[in-house]
Design a protein around this ligand. Structure first.
Ligand SMILES: C[S@@+](CC[C@H](N)C(=O)[O-])C[C@H]1O[C@@H](n2cnc3c(N)ncnc32)[C@H](O)[C@@H]1O
Length: 237
């Protein structure tokens, strides 16, 4: 049986604040650079028109927001996250890239998005929904802030299905990754929380059904990199 990890908002925000300084480095290293490709796939799946207004929920240090404005001419992004230290690093990144006019970072909770109804053409979440204590509430909020026919792209970790790859990856994800994460971030539990929270997350077909229950249609779950990650794409009804 998989024990559900503690997702109390203050605990999750505190954990991300604590690992923020090493977050980007560990992301790129532990995914051997694949994280950038996964974010690009998410942006491209949205087929955004030029000048689209996009919400990036659980934006962290803003990498998906940056990928969006780089790939979509004149697009603007509001990134929302509740971890102040992650947002501060994101803001420094946005300034260093001269993207202040196109990316705005706001502190807020995914279950009470600080935007009016129908405000966005599209929304994204990369590796965030698994951490939200009430993901169904967050999906309802996403449906509220998206305009009708607005598109949603969610990236979340999965488990590869091909047997040999599954075994090697399970060893890497359960043992090597937490050890490297602990060493580099100096945080005792954040990188053990990662495989624990992925293990407690619903399988792709089930999560796709959860998305459909919250006012979305044309829901697809697309495996990336042998299913290490799933890209969920949906449209507001
Ligand atoms: C694994 S990081 C992903 C960051 C970024 N999207 C990326 O792709 O690198 C998860 C982020 O979700 C944020 N988060 C988790 N639960 C949240 C909630 N309920 N409201 C707002 N942010 C939340 C955390 O603070 C953290 O920055």
């Amino acid at each position: 049986m998989v024990t559900a990890p503690d997702k109390t908002p203050s605990v999750i925000a505190g954990m991300f604040d604590a690992i923020a300084p090493r977050y980007d480095l560990l992301n790129h290293t532990l995914s051997v650079g694949l994280d950038k490709r996964w974010r690009t796939r998410a942006v491209d799946a949205l087929e955004l028109p030029h000048g689209a207004h996009v919400l990036d929920l659980c934006t962290g240090t803003g990498d998906l927001a940056v990928a969006t404005v780089r790939r979509v001419p004149r697009a603007t992004v509001i990134g929302v996250d509740f971890a102040g230290a992650m947002l501060r690093l994101g803001l420094a990144k946005v300034r260093a890239l001269g993207l202040e006019r196109r990316i705005r970072l706001v502190r807020g909770d995914a279950t009470a998005i600080p935007l009016p109804a129908n405000a966005c053409d599209a929304a994204t979440i990369a590796f965030g929904i698994r951490n939200v204590a009430d993901p169904e509430r967050a999906l309802a909020e996403l449906a509220r802030v998206l305009r009708p026919r607005g598109r949603l792209a969610i990236l979340e970790f999965g488990e590869p299905r091909i047997p040999g790859i599954r075994t090697c990856y399970a060893w890497y994800f359960r043992y090597l990754l937490p050890a490297v994460g602990r060493l580099v971030s100096k945080h005792t539990s954040a990188y053990s929380y990662l495989p624990a929270s992925v293990g407690a997350f619903p399988p792709p077909s089930e999560f796709a059904r959860v998305i459909s229950r919250h006012g979305f249609v044309n829901v697809r779950a697309v495996p990336l990199s042998f299913g290490i990650v799933y890209l969920y794409v949906a449209e507001k009804n």
